[in-house]
Design a protein around this ligand. Structure first.
Ligand code: NAD
Ligand code: WQD
Length: 361
């Protein structure tokens, strides 16, 4: 393999064939200084589509086409230390952006072991291999779910975490944060930025990559988009008796391209003199919208009606959450710039151009 340290530095993106990961890979490659780094993606394709006879998953193939750059892809599971080591042998990895995880809240209640293995064992294995290769910089995909039921809004990073979490998925994100804090305490070389995403929505402005859930979507935005395109009959609105303006749940939806840019800003912190340890940072817009506001905004974007029916609350849901975004401004020099209209228009461009997701692109 030659001497890896004389090779161009690389950014390892685990789960880079997924929704947020692929948009982050696109952001990294669309930058002016993109050629300073190789981009290496590790993904086991458990939630990403690769066409028959191709080497790379569809989203990465399309990003290569759009950017005219190469992505180094490995079909490897993050629990496979040998497979991961091979990647670290082949590239001069400088830092890791770690997206790989299972993420369906409801499914995690049925399959806790699978979730803990993928999300916790997988993360520990990754850290172990990183240490073996002397790589100490990691950006983690955390979630607003670690806050549980908000005591006070907006949610800032000092709000307690881990209390009253109802799903193994949510707990896995919280446990991983606790593990990463301990790792950082044990050795000052570690730098970990845990980005707590609020609700990622939208798609690449090109309409060529986007969220492609398998089966019936669990989340609001892809569900609405599939109703709009005719794949689903109507939206079920989970509860209209919450203490919110119109009674439906309120969330801080953030455009996935803004979110991706947050990761690009986060890795820059690693080069700041004196930066070390564990840092949790919210990535949101700071503004909450209700389910019915989302429906109305999407109707405008797609020019169609979204039929919906009010049904009972969904287990484990909270009334409202939105982020205090001041730390992300201060620490990352980042803020979300896309509007709700952008989120809906870009989702619609992706969904209407690719009614069956990547399978028809
Ligand atoms: P996604 O399912 O689209 O992407 C995850 C990717 O990881 C997939 O491509 C999947 O194939 C891969 N993967 C899963 N298990 C793996 C394993 N064991 N080894 C290797 N690859 C594996 O999900 P996403 O929405 O892009 O989420 C990315 C990250 O962000 C996750 O960690 C998720 O928990 C976190 N997050 C997501 C949201 C959201 O609403 N989308 C919100 C907060 C946090
Ligand atoms: C949004 C709102 C629903 C679907 C989830 C995870 C969280 C984080 C982000 C990963 C709520 C309502 C939804 C539907 C509806 N993910 N809704 N009908 O639950 O806020 O957050 O994704 O870390 O951990 O829990 O997102 O999109 O599922 O729901 O009425 O068919 O839409 O009740 O008010 P949620 P969501």
């Amino acid at each position: 393999h030659g001497n890896v340290t004389t090779m161009k530095p690389a950014i390892l993106v685990t789960g880079g064939a997924g929704y947020v990961g692929s948009h982050t890979v696109a952001s990294l490659l669309e930058r002016q200084d993109a050629t300073d780094y190789d981009i290496v993606v590790v993904d086991n394709l458990s939630n990403a589509y690769r066409a028959e006879g191709r080497k790379k998953p569809e989203c990465l193939r399309i990003i290569e086409e759009m950017t005219d750059k190469t992505i180094h892809f490995y079909e490897v599971d993050i629990r496979d230390a040998t497979g991961l080591s091979r990647v670290f042998e082949n590239h001069n990895i400088d830092c890791v952006i770690h997206f790989a995880a299972l993420k369906a809240v409801g499914e995690s209640v049925q399959k806790p072991l699978e979730y803990y293995q993928a999300n916790i064992t997988g993360t520990c294995t990754l850290f172990d291999v990183m240490r073996k290769y002397g790589v100490y910089k990691l950006v983690y995909s955390s979630s607003c779910t670690v806050y549980g039921e908000p005591e006070k809004l907006p949610l800032n990073e000092s709000h307690p975490t881990g209390q009253g979490l109802t799903s193994p998925y949510g707990k896995s994100k919280y446990f991983c944060e606790e593990i990463m804090k301990d790792i950082c305490r044990s050795d000052k070389k570690w730098m970990v930025i845990s980005l707590r995403y609020f609700n990622p929505v939208g798609a690449h402005h090109s309409g060529r990559i986007g969220e492609d859930p398998s089966g019936i979507p669990n989340n609001l935005m892809p569900f609405i988009a599939q109703v709009a395109v005719g794949r689903l009959k109507e939206l079920l609105v989970f509860g209209n008796d919450y203490p919110t303006a119109d009674g439906t749940g309120v969330r801080d939806y953030i455009h996935v391209e803004d979110l991706a840019e947050g990761h690009v800003k986060a890795i820059k912190l690693f080069h700041q003199p004196g930066f070390s340890g564990f840092h949790a940072v919210n990535l949101g817009t700071g503004t909450g919208y209700s389910v019915l506001q989302m429906v109305k905004a999407f109707e405008v974007a797609c020019g169609r009606q979204i039929p919906y029916k009010i049904v009972g609350r969904r287990d484990g849901d909270i009334a409202a959450n939105y982020a205090d975004v001041s730390l992300s401004h201060r620490l990352l020099g980042w803020r979300a710039i896309k509007t709700l209209e952008d989120m809906c228009a870009d989702t619609w461009r992706w969904q209407s151009n690719n009614p069956d997701g990547f399978k028809c692109s």
